[in-house]
Unconditional design. Structure first.
Length: 506
């Protein structure tokens, strides 16, 4: 019976848990409930991915009403792959958050944190699995409203300004998406994504459809922090609580990249978006500029959270670059980097949060001497940093290998060289932090007895992600198989006949 409703569990479990977490009354009990629920959602996501890789796409008719009349949940290799990353990161961040939240968030707001986290997870999961364009907007707003709350919970009052800027930009992005979806509905009379893809074929030259495409792409560009629509991201990541930053940096923007992929390949069709509308060149230019501009910005920051925030915008550039190559190999590289970057940034922000837990600051000068006094934390940061650079035997190397290979397959040597040059800038901004940690002494006036390792509940999830950075950099069978299957599925079914799916009826 439970297997029958597997597609709905990643949404329903955290959605039901959210009010329960708020009402339990004790922070430790709320943490336990939220962590267990997120863990069960991870198991469901894993099972969905295995099923999709073995049997193809799954379709679940909510309430028994079949699409396109009813609301459909549609699981395929692409969204199941991203869903697994989101739920797994959520579980690890929640384990990590117990001590981190106690340090950085006032005690009367702890229940609000776990409630907002559950709502955010439900919204992100809903975005990934829904087969309905309007419900995608609904889930996007659920996750966004929860995210604004999470960012505003830090003790530092600057988080309120960051949250407000995020709210304004996020609302503009959501409005653009809603207007675009409304235009599609006005022209086609349907909101089901696969039904939309079939009906849009009849109106390829329609100004309404093309205007809807423009609105959607701009709105999604804001949500995923695509340069130059990214200015909400650095302050939000810098001033949010560490557990919030680790979660959002690993999941929220990755889900938005998936939304862009879904709209391009499932609804509008790759041929129309790239060949007729010329979006490939626009996305490629923006992606390359993001890689270099934001990597440079990361090299001149003194706040390590801000360094990693600008690094995140640059890494989003690599994902979008994979899409802009308009090939199955390029899309596969982009999908792999969505998964791999979640592992990298999750580990890095957890390490930075551990430094804040002990030092009370994440400025670059406060990292001096930590290599000796917080060896496990800084070792984890070092390995995850090497992954961002793209050193062999790490997931970062795998991402860039496939991206460079996809560019070379098209004879595009310039893009391949630019990807490699972008990695050199990562050497600079990661190197500055490691130089301070390992080759400088503790700042004057710092008590060495107070600077020590963080509790195990913070170290263990961080090191699980660090080990994952190494494991999936050596054994790439899961990530490459899933990303390859997803890319092939998206290309083969981009505005073609509706694929055969396995139905899951309630």
């Amino acid at each position: 019976m439970l297997e029958q409703h597997l597609a709905a569990l990643p949404i329903l479990l955290p959605l039901i848990a959210a009010p329960i977490v708020l009402l339990v009354g004790r922070s430790s009990l709320a943490w336990m409930v939220a962590t267990l629920v997120s863990g069960f959602a991870t198991i469901a996501a894993w099972q969905l991915l295995i099923t999709c890789l073995a049997s193809g796409s799954l379709s679940y008719a909510v309430g028994g009403w079949m699409a396109p009349w009813g609301i459909e949940l549609r699981i395929d290799a692409a969204n199941a792959f991203v869903l697994l990353a989101v739920t797994a990161i959520s579980t690890l961040v929640l384990i990590y958050s117990k001590d981190s939240v106690a340090k950085e968030i006032e005690s009367d707001k702890h229940l609000l944190f776990y409630t907002a986290h559950m709502l955010c997870l439900a919204g992100l999961s809903g975005i990934l699995v829904t087969g309905d364009a309007f419900n995608l907007f609904v889930f996007l707003e659920i996750s966004s409203l929860a995210t604004y709350t999470l960012v505003s919970l830090a003790s530092d009052r600057r988080c309120l300004t960051a949250a407000f800027r995020y709210l304004v930009m996020g609302t503009i992005g959501a409005t653009f998406i809603l207007i675009g979806v409304g235009m599609l509905y006005m022209k086609t009379g349907t909101l089901n994504m696969l039904d939309l893809s079939v009906r849009i074929n009849l109106y390829e030259s329609s100004r309404t459809i093309n205007t809807g495409l423009a609105f959607v792409m701009v709105g999604v560009g804001i949500k995923l922090a695509l340069f130059p629509l990214h200015m909400w991201l650095p302050p939000a990541y810098t001033h949010a609580p560490s557990a919030v930053t680790a979660f959002l940096a690993s999941t929220a923007t990755k889900v938005a990249v998936y939304v862009m992929i879904r709209f391009i390949f499932t609804i509008f069709g790759a041929d129309h978006v790239f060949n007729d509308m010329g979006m490939d060149l626009i996305l490629m230019v923006l992606a390359v500029v993001a890689i270099f501009k934001c990597s440079y910005m990361a090299t001149v920051q003194n706040n390590v959270k801000t360094v990693l925030a600008f690094s995140s915008v640059a890494q989003i550039g690599y994902m979008v670059l994979g899409i802009a190559l308009v090939s199955a190999a390029g899309l596969m590289a982009g999908l792999i980097h969505i998964f791999n970057h979640a592992l990298m940034k999750g580990a890095l922000f957890m390490a930075v949060g551990a430094v804040f837990y002990r030092v009370g600051s994440v400025n670059l000068q406060d990292f001096r001497g930590l290599g000796k006094h917080m060896p496990w934390t800084m070792a984890g940061f070092t390995l995850a940093g090497l992954s961002i650079i793209g050193v062999p035997l790490t997931v970062g190397f795998i991402s860039k290998w496939y991206l460079v290979s996809a560019a070379l397959d098209q004879g595009n040597w310039l893009v391949a060289v630019l990807v490699l040059l972008g990695s050199l800038l990562a050497v600079v901004y990661i190197g500055r932090i490691l130089e301070a940690a390992y080759f400088q002494k503790l700042p004057e006036g710092t008590d060495p007895e107070q600077v020590k390792e963080v509790p195990y509940l913070m170290l263990v999830p961080m090191w699980i992600l660090v080990i994952a950075n190494l494991y999936f950099g050596i054994d790439t069978s899961l990530t490459t198989d899933a990303a390859s299957a997803a890319a092939q599925w998206l290309f083969e079914n981009s505005q073609t006949s509706v694929p055969q799916v396995m139905e899951m009826k309630p």
